[in-house]
Design a protein around this ligand. Structure first.
Ligand SMILES: Nc1ncnc2c1ncn2[C@@H]1O[C@H](COP(=O)(O)OP(=O)(O)OP(=O)(O)O)[C@@H](O)[C@H]1O
Length: 302
């Protein structure tokens, strides 16, 4: 079953399609990372999905039905630059937000306590928000997005501006939340995507250039690399390596060679046979997988 499907979603500003015919769907219970460099159109996409701006063209369908109510009933949203009333305490702020979401004061207080516990801020609930660290503010922002028990949680760059401690706190929280929620978050930091999400949507210049499970996306990119170093560089080594049929490419590096190969098992034995036969002094033989970073760089520079 699909939680949300998006078809040909487009936003045009001054005759430029900053979001250009995106089609994808979100499955319930998954954590999906929307990746892309600055200006790719991530924020604009998320704002349309969260119901804050209208698409120029295209369709957003929730739970296989046309929205019967305003999409904001189903979606919790943390903007890239959340604004808080810094003079309030975390507890006061969440109670206030709860009342804005039509909870009674009593319900709002109970919900605030539940959420403060969930985002690990119970100990700081009486502190003014102005005293919170960046990570604490982001966690409060996430709690605010959860006030009406949304089906989908959308987080715009939730960790990009945080120091390593804040980043860790928020990534841990996302990992907790994804146990029983569907999360879509944007980032330009690939490690964050690899760490907590199962799927990626990769955007560039408004277009979707790659999408799918992280494992599939890395595998479909095909090649694997082997880093080789030698004590004394053997003569004609580059030519000799290129002669091997499973070798796809050889690049010279400062400390040896990066050999990209088609089939790692065949390449490993062919390379080791050659090295043994020639008695080359091998000092390093390291297999590397194509990382999400490589895929990203390849996709955005194509
Ligand atoms: N209201 C607007 N009017 C005109 N252009 C806009 C508007 N909002 C966004 N844009 C343009 O749309 C493009 C995509 O912006 P968007 O903020 O969605 O990108 P992003 O991927 O979120 O980037 P970042 O990581 O920098 O936030 C940019 O070129 C931006 O200048």
């Amino acid at each position: 079953m699909t939680l949300m499907s998006v078809e040909q979603l487009t936003k045009t500003y001054q005759s430029t399609n900053v979001v250009d015919e995106l089609t994808f769907s979100l499955e319930p219970g998954k954590c999906v990372a929307l990746l892309g460099p600055n200006g790719a159109g991530k924020t604009t996409t998320l704002r349309m999905l969260a119901g804050f701006i209208k698409p120029t063209k295209g369709e957003i369908v929730f739970n296989e039905e046309r929205f019967s109510r305003d999409v904001r009933h189903y979606v919790g949203y943390l903007p890239q630059y959340p604004v808080f009333h810094n003079w309030m305490s975390g507890e006061e702020f969440l109670t206030y937000v709860g009342q804005l979401a039509y909870l009674t004061k009593h319900e709002a207080k109970a919900k605030a306590a539940e959420l403060l516990d969930l985002v690990n801020l119970s100990d700081a609930k009486k502190q003014r928000i102005s005293k919170y660290s960046g990570g604490m503010k982001q966690r409060l922002g996430i709690a605010q997005a959860l006030i009406h028990d949304p089906k989908l949680i959308i987080l715009d760059e939730p960790v990009s501006s945080l120091d390593p401690i804040g980043r860790r706190e928020v990534l841990n929280l996302i990992r907790e939340l994804k146990k029983d929620a569907t999360i879509l978050f944007s980032t330009h930091i690939l490690n964050d995507a690899e760490e907590v999400s199962e799927e990626i949507l990769l955007m560039h210049k408004g277009k979707m250039i790659k999408q799918g499970a992280i494992s599939d996306v890395s595998e479909t990119q095909g090649t694997t690399s082997i880093h080789l170093s030698f004590g004394d560089e053997p003569k004609f080594i580059e030519e000799r390596l290129k002669e091997i049929d499973s070798v796809f490419n050889v690049n010279r590096e400062e400390d040896g060679f990066i050999v990209t190969v088609h089939d790692i098992n065949i390449a490993r034995s062919q390379l080791l046979d050659l090295i043994q036969q020639e008695e080359w002094e091998l000092t390093r033989f390291e297999i590397g997988k194509t990382s999400l970073e490589d895929i990203f760089m390849k996709a955005v520079t194509e």
